[in-house]
Design a protein around this ligand. Structure first.
Ligand SMILES: NC(=O)C1=CN([C@@H]2O[C@H](COP(=O)(O)OP(=O)(O)OC[C@H]3O[C@@H](n4cnc5c(N)ncnc54)[C@H](O)[C@@H]3O)[C@@H](O)[C@H]2O)[C@@H](O)CC1
Ligand SMILES: Nc1ncnc2c1ncn2[C@@H]1O[C@H](COP(=O)(O)OP(=O)(O)O)[C@@H](O)[C@H]1O
Length: 269
């Protein structure tokens, strides 16, 4: 734990971009989302819903037709056509992409855009190909696969592995668990979960959406100094934990319930 500072609500409040009276939907930040697949359309719905509840100018969802239709069913304010974006969320529930597929073309557009990226789940392995500043959000199993290590070894010393991964991959790493370890060029931070009920399918997809929204709304700050990605990542983890805790009030909650609690958490900060 040495070297990891606890990331608190007081630390996080400086990293919420409240729109000004001069802002519009474009200047406040547009998040491009490439998530979901035939097998996992729900991951797309959860991430888009989380981003919109975190506060962002616009979300562009670019994914398979059925997932896009479910996203629009849950969040009709999402836009499903291509266009300018300031940050990308890629990978939650994404299928293995084949070279000539539309999913592959979209993935590479994001990787080569130079924009800040969140790479989650199926996209974590592309970190070397990302031209923009990047945050990876692995659980122990995903980090093990990425580094060719053993998940049990990582579980035994997660703080050590988060730092090692951040250095060797030259990126910010959010190693998820009951305590989440965040390491990158901006420092080393830890967030202990306020509720163990977060251990449920889909909460990681929500974290991706929260973080994507924070990157899109801080695109200018990132362009000036990309080490701020590490603080933004720690802020996303903190918001996620507080929202789960508020949604469940000590008990279980659904992931859409966690998302719905985000505005109240952000207002309280
Ligand atoms: N409703 C949805 O559409 C959902 C989609 N999801 C997507 O499903 C895909 C597969 O995700 P999975 O994480 O299940 O599968 P993975 O196959 O990527 O990882 C699971 C493997 O890692 C191991 N592992 C080791 N430590 C772990 C840890 N701390 N947490 C989780 N697994 C650990 C497990 O034992 C298992 O063998 C991802 O793309 C994910 O985004 C999930 O988020 C669940 C919800
Ligand atoms: N025992 C636990 N206590 C608190 N939080 C947990 C626990 N286990 C996992 N989490 C959190 O739940 C989320 C799970 O994400 P992930 O493993 O990617 O799941 P999924 O892919 O199903 O969404 C992460 O934010 C992680 O930090």
């Amino acid at each position: 734990m040495a070297g990891y500072a606890e990331w608190t609500p007081e630390s996080a409040r400086d990293w919420i971009a409240v729109p000004t009276e001069w802002d519009d939907k474009y200047s406040h930040g547009v998040l491009g989302v490439i998530t979901g697949s035939v097998d996992y359309p729900g991951a797309a719905v959860i991430g888009v819903d989380a981003a919109l509840h975190t506060g962002v100018g616009m979300v562009r969802y670019l994914g398979p037709e059925r997932a896009a239709s479910l996203v629009l069913g849950q969040r009709p304010e999402a836009v499903t056509v291509d266009g300018r974006v300031q940050a990308w969320l890629v990978g939650s529930g994404m299928e293995d992409v084949t070279d000539d597929s539309l999913a592959s073309a979209r993935l590479w557009t994001a990787l080569e855009s130079g924009n800040p990226l969140v790479l989650d789940a199926g996209a974590i392995g592309y970190s070397d190909d990302a031209e923009g500043p990047t945050v990876l959000t692995p659980h122990y199993g995903e980090l093990a696969r990425t580094l060719g290590a053993d998940a049990a070894e990582i579980a035994a010393e997660p703080e050590e592995w988060a730092g090692r991964a951040a250095r060797s991959l030259d990126t910010t790493v959010v190693l998820k668990g009951h305590t989440t370890w965040i390491a990158g060029p901006g420092g080393s931070f830890r967030v202990e979960a306020r509720t163990t009920w977060l251990a449920t399918a889909g909460t990681g997809d929500a974290l991706g959406g929260i973080l994507g929204a924070l990157l899109a709304t801080h695109a200018r700050a990132i362009a000036e100094d990309d080490s701020v990605l590490t603080q933004l990542a720690a802020t996303a983890v903190l918001l996620h934990g507080l929202a789960g805790s508020r949604a469940g009030a000590g008990g279980p909650f659904t992931v859409l319930g966690l998302n719905a609690a985000l505005p109240g958490v952000i207002a309280a900060l």
